[in-house]
Design a protein around this ligand. Structure first.
Ligand SMILES: C[S@@+](CC[C@H](N)C(=O)[O-])C[C@H]1O[C@@H](n2cnc3c(N)ncnc32)[C@H](O)[C@@H]1O
Length: 230
């Protein structure tokens, strides 16, 4: 089953004001969690940051204030989400710090709009959970030429541990709020992956995969680090 982000009903829902809901709600919590995580990993205001699958800027709203002006970049499959985020979720002052041209719609991780800009860090939060494995590999390959050497992409994913049959649905372990429990799958969205799967996506690339693990995600998504060593 393809990701809901490809479905026509999705477009209608966000046009009717459901954009926060459409990306999973938890607006303040998930924005803050991402900023705190990246700061703990060394994010500095002078860094250039790419937010892959940035959606309507749940994290972008906070990142734009933290980073120096013009240092936030985002891409998403949905131009509508980018427009709603830029026009409705940012203040005038934030829009002055973030040119609209730093946000681009692409369904194939086409980052050529960055031209010669090199990135210090990237994040893909709750994006790989919607992607088949070959799209993850595609994302890594397309991002690589735009990264500075040694710099990371942090990507969240639903983990399938070795003891679980990957072909079977998996109820992800979550914190006390069982309402947030997610069931993940091998061949439909939301996808789960083994560590070997993610490692495999880096084969023949300059990315080095490192499992980071729990980072406080309320729906149990784990964090993976991909370090660009090209
Ligand atoms: C759950 S939302 C997360 C949004 C954002 N990362 C956050 O944490 O607020 C998933 C986002 O990934 C985007 N997305 C899904 N498939 C994509 C693809 N192939 N390329 C780029 N973005 C994609 C969706 O449009 C959506 O905005």
């Amino acid at each position: 089953m393809p990701s809901p982000y490809y479905q026509p009903e999705f477009k209608q829902h966000i046009q009717e004001g459901g954009h926060r809901d459409a990306i999973g709600g938890l607006w303040d919590e998930m924005g803050r969690l991402q900023l705190e995580f990246l700061k703990a990993q060394g994010l500095q205001p002078y860094h250039r940051l790419m937010d892959i699958g940035c959606g309507p800027l749940r994290f972008g709203c906070l990142a734009v204030d933290f980073l120096d002006a013009r240092n936030y970049y985002g891409v998403d499959i949905s131009e509508e989400l980018l427009d709603i985020g830029y026009n409705n979720e940012l203040t005038d002052r934030q829009r002055e710090r973030l040119p609209r041209s730093h946000l681009a719609a692409t369904d194939q991780f086409d980052l050529r709009y960055l031209q010669d800009t090199k990135l210090d860090m990237a994040i893909a939060q709750s994006v790989f959970t919607h992607l088949p494995m070959n799209h993850i590999r595609h994302c890594l390959k397309r991002l690589a030429p735009h990264m500075k050497t040694g710099c990371p992409l942090f990507a969240t994913f639903l983990h399938c541990p070795d003891h679980h049959d990957v072909t079977e649905p998996l109820t992800q372990p979550v914190s006390p709020d069982k309402e947030l429990a997610v069931t993940s799958y091998d061949i439909r969205d939301p996808y789960h992956y083994t560590l070997e799967d993610l490692e495999y996506c880096t084969r023949d690339t300059a990315w080095r995969f490192q499992m980071i693990g729990d980072w406080g995600h309320p729906r149990g998504q784990k964090m993976a680090g991909f370090f660009y060593e090209g």
